[in-house]
Design a protein around this ligand. Structure first.
Ligand code: GLY
Ligand code: MN
Length: 486
C-alpha cells in the first residue's frame, strides 16, 4: 500500500550504463549490478551530504527461524545499494571529504565485512572476505569486522554523523566478537552516540531517510533494467497461472505455480509473501495463509511479485477460477479497471500522488453508488481502504522523498474494492474482492507500462483463463502414506 510521509526534495539522477558481462565460466547470470553502479550511488550520496560529515550504513541482522536454523538472509537494501555487499555483520562508512589512513593512503569509503572462515563456509557458503570485496565490489579500503574496534578514526571530529535509527533487536552471538551487535556497540562508543541521539543535531537520522529517499526514488538505467525483468517475470507468472488455474486447485498450489515460473526465469525470491486469496480471502489485504484447499468457482486475487537481483515487482491480477466473471464480479472488476485507467492518465512527471488518488477514488465512489452498494461518496473508503500505489525497487514499498512524480520513478497503481461477508449491502456482493495492480516507469509526458505482459482487461483475462496450459498435463500420484516403496 502507499507509503506515507513524502517529503519534498530535489533529486539526482546518475546514469551509469556499464553492463555486467555474462560469466559463462561460473555459469552465473551476467546482469548483476556493477561496481560502477554502486560507486555512482555513493558519489551521489556524497553530493547530498553536508561538509565534514560521514554516513554510516550497517547490515540487517540475521534472524532465527527455529533452533539452529536461520531465515534466508536478506541484506539491508541501503547497504546493498551503496556497496553491493550481500553478507551480514558488516558496515559501510561514506565520507564527504577524503580521509587519510594510518598508512598515508586516502579513502572516501570504508567497508567492514565478515571474516572468511573455512569451517563456517563449509556449512553456510562462501564468504566474500576482504580480498573478494576489494576485487568484486571495487572498494579500496576493506577490513574485517574485527578490525573496526581498533581502527583509527576520530568520529567526534565530524559535524554530522548521518545514520538510520539504530536497531534495538540485534542479538550478540557468543561465538563471534565482530558480529553486528559488536559493530554497533563499537560505533556507539567511538561516535559517542547518546540514548537521545535522534534529538541531537550532531546525528542525522532524518537526513539519512531524506537522502536515501531522494536517491532511491529515481531509478538509474541499470535499476530500471532489473525492474523491467522482475516485472515481466511476474507477469508471465500471472499469465501462466491464468491458463492453469482450475476450481479444484488450492490457494497454495496457485502460489506455487507463480513461484515456479519466477524461478524458471531466474528470480531468486519473492519480494514479499505471495498473496493468493479466493473469494472472501481476497478481502484481507495482505492475506498470507493461502490455505484454502479449493479456490472453487470464485475469483482469485493474486498479488505476487518476483525479486530479481534484489529488485522486486508487485503485480496483482484477479481472475475467475472457472473462466467466467459473474455479473456482480464483472461490475466490481470494471469499476476497479476504470479507476486504474483514470489514474494512468495522470501518470507523468509533475503529477502528485494526491491528484492520482483523488481521481481513482472518485471512480470507485461513483461506481459503488451506481450499484447501490453505498449511498454517500465518503463511504467508499470502507471498501477501498488503502492508498493508490507506492514506489517499488529494492523494497516492495520502496523509499521515496517526494509526493510529486518524476521521470525515472517506478511505481505501482493498484486500486481495489473489497466487500467482505456481512457487509452492509446486498448479499450478492459479499465475498467479492478485486485488486488490479500494475507497475509503471514514469516518463516526462507519460509512462512505460512495465507490467504489459499480464492480461488486465476483463475480456482478456477470460480469454487467457480459457487457454490450455502445459500444467494441465502435470499430475502427481495421490499420497498414500505408509505404503512400501522402492
Ligand atoms: N503487494 C503488497 C502491497 O502493495 O502492499
Ligand atoms: Mn503494491
Amino acid at each position: 500500500m502507499r507509503l506515507r510521509n513524502f517529503v519534498m526534495g530535489c533529486t539526482l539522477l546518475a546514469s551509469y550504463t556499464a553492463v555486467a558481462q555474462p560469466s559463462p565460466k561460473e555459469d552465473l547470470p551476467g546482469d548483476y549490478l556493477t561496481p560502477a553502479f554502486h560507486a555512482g550511488r555513493r558519489d551521489s550520496l556524497r553530493q547530498l551530504m553536508p561538509a565534514n560529515s560521514v554516513t554510516v550504513v550497517w547490515a540487517y541482522p540475521t534472524r532465527n527461524f527455529s533452533n539452529d536454523v536461520d531465515y534466508v538472509y536478506h541484506q539491508n537494501p541501503d547497504l546493498y545499494y551503496f556497496s553491493g555487499y550481500k553478507e551480514p555483520h558488516s558496515m559501510l562508512l561514506v565520507f564527504k571529504e577524503p580521509q587519510t589512513a594510518a598508512d598515508g593512503s586516502t579513502f572516501k569509503e570504508l567497508l567492514f565485512v565478515q571474516k572468511r572462515n573455512a569451517q563456517a563456509e563449509q556449512w553456510t557458503g562462501k564468504r566474500m572476505g576482504v580480498e573478494g570485496a576489494k576485487e568484486k565490489l571495487g572498494l579500496t579500503h576493506v577490513f574485517n569486522g574485527e578490525d573496526f574496534k581498533n581502527y583509527q578514526l576520530d568520529f567526534t571530529k565530524f559535524d554530522k554523523i548521518i545514520l538510520d535509527r539504530l536497531p534495538a533487536d540485534v542479538n550478540d552471538s557468543r561465538y563471534d566478537n565482530a558480529d553486528l551487535f559488536d559493530l554497533l556497540k563499537q560505533l556507539k562508543e567511538k561516535a559517542q552516540i547518546p540514548d537521545n541521539y535522534v534529538q541531537e543535531k550532531r546525528f542525522g537520522t532524518a537526513q539519512f531517510r531524506q537522502y536515501t529517499g531522494q536517491l532511491r526514488e529515481i531509478k538509474t538505467e541499470e535499476e530500471v533494467n532489473l525492474l523491467r525483468k522482475a516485472v515481466e517475470i511476474s507477469c508471465h507468472g500471472q499469465a501462466e497461472v491464468m491458463k492453469a488455474v482450475r476450481p479444484d486447485m488450492s490457494e497454495r498450489e496457485v502460489q506455487g505455480l507463480h513461484e515456479y515460473v519466477h524461478k524458471k526465469y531466474g528470480a531468486e525470491y519473492v519480494g514479499y509473501p505471495s498473496i493468493v486469496g479466493a473469494g472472501n480471502n481476497g478481502c484481507v489485504l495482505h492475506y498470507q495463509e493461502n490455505e484454502k484447499l479449493h479456490v472453487e468457482n470464485k475469483m482469485v486475487l493474486m498479488d505476487v511479485g518476483a525479486e530479481y537481483h534484489g529488485y522486486t515487482a508487485d503485480v496483482t491480477r484477479t481472475v475467475p477460477a472457472n473462466g467466467k466473471f459473474t455479473a456482480e464480479q464483472k461490475a466490481i472488476y470494471e469499476i476497479v479497471y476504470e479507476a486504474q485507467e483514470a489514474a494512468f492518465k495522470l501518470c507523468k512527471e509533475g503529477s502528485t500522488w494526491g491528484e492520482l488518488d483523488k481521481v481513482s477514488r472518485n471512480v470507485v465512489a461513483e461506481g459503488l453508488i451506481k450499484l447501490g452498494i453505498i449511498t454517500k461518496k465518503e463511504e467508499a473508503n470502507k471498501y477501498y481502504p488503502h492508498g493508490l500505489g507506492h514506489h517499488i525497487g529494492l523494497d516492495v514499498h520502496d523509499r521515496s522523498a517526494s509526493a510529486t512524480l518524476k521521470k525515472g520513478m517506478v511505481i505501482t497503481i493498484e486500486p481495489g474494492i473489497y466487500i467482505p461477508e456481512n457487509s452492509n449491502c446486498d448479499k450478492k456482493w459479499w465475498g467479492i474482492a478485486v485488486r488490479i495492480e500494475d507497475d509503471l516507469l514514469i516518463k516526462e509526458k507519460d509512462f512505460e507500462l512495465l507490467s504489459w505482459a499480464a492480461p488486465r482487461k476483463a475480456s482478456d483475462v477470460e480469454k487467457v483463463v480459457a487457454e490450455k496450459s502445459p500444467l494441465d498435463q502435470f499430475t502427481l500420484p495421490k499420497l498414500q502414506s505408509g505404503k512400501k516403496g522402492f
